[in-house]
Design a protein around this ligand. Structure first.
Ligand code: CA
Length: 231
């Protein structure tokens, strides 16, 4: 059925039985499924992987599904979100839609109903052709589909690591990120921040992004970290 590509689904659900039930069912339908048991795990997966659809339980142990939906929309991401909840009231639905959910399913549900909703949401987002996903800071653009950076319309060749670092900075545009944050998010390790690997990579990025432009976008805050912003 998914002859052209295998859709990647993220299931955020803290009840192991429910999570396993959904995962198994979707896998038999040829979807690739990742499970996060907490909001924090979901955020980590969202940083490291791309998903075509997210199934999101409203009641999570650390943050609410509503908060997580808002977080996803603020990234920004248009990934379809299907909310799951124990309650089925109009007020709940409205809250879910306001937070950015595309559809809503009350527990307990029949798997075939879940599957039908998943198919509709995936088809709809395929038709919409995922409106261009581009991060922008001033005249710097990062095209998340093509995985390419442009400054003032000029393509900038980046290595995979430079790209990941730039993406992280741009997703947090205007916000200071520490070397520890960068180590965890870009290198996926909490390595000894005494090493200057991060500073070296930031200087590589600067040379490519800022060197030929009068407006510098990557700023160093001594003792705090880095921030990408217009001024
Ligand atoms: Ca739950």
């Amino acid at each position: 059925m998914n002859s052209e590509f295998q859709a990647q689904l993220l299931v955020v659900e803290d009840e192991p039985k429910v999570a396993a039930f959904i995962k198994k069912g979707l896998q038999t339908q040829s979807y690739a499924v990742e499970v996060a048991m907490t909001g924090e795990q979901a955020k980590n997966l969202l940083t490291s992987s791309r998903f075509d659809l997210i199934i999101l339980d409203v009641n999570l142990p650390d943050i609410t599904g509503l908060e997580l939906a808002e977080y996803i929309r603020a990234r920004p991401s248009q990934v379809p979100i299907l909310m799951l909840t124990a309650l089925d009231t109009v007020a709940d639905k409205l809250l879910g839609f306001e937070a950015g959910a595309d559809d809503y399913l009350a527990k307990p549900f029949d798997f075939m109903e879940l599957l039908a909703r998943v198919k509709v949401l995936l088809r709809r987002s395929a038709v919409v052709q995922q409106p261009e996903q581009i991060l922008r800071v001033a005249d710097l653009e990062l095209d998340l589909h093509e995985r390419v950076a442009r400054r003032n319309g000029q393509t900038i060749a980046l290595t995979a690591r430079e790209y990941t670092l730039l993406e992280y900075l741009m997703r947090n545009a205007g916000r200071v990120v520490s070397r520890v944050d960068i180590a965890e998010q870009v290198w996926d390790v909490g390595f000894d921040t005494g090493t200057n690997v991060i500073d070296v990579y930031v200087s590589y990025l600067r040379a490519k992004i800022d060197k030929n432009s009068p407006t510098k976008l990557i700023h160093t805050l001594i003792g705090m970290g880095y921030v990408i912003k217009e001024k």
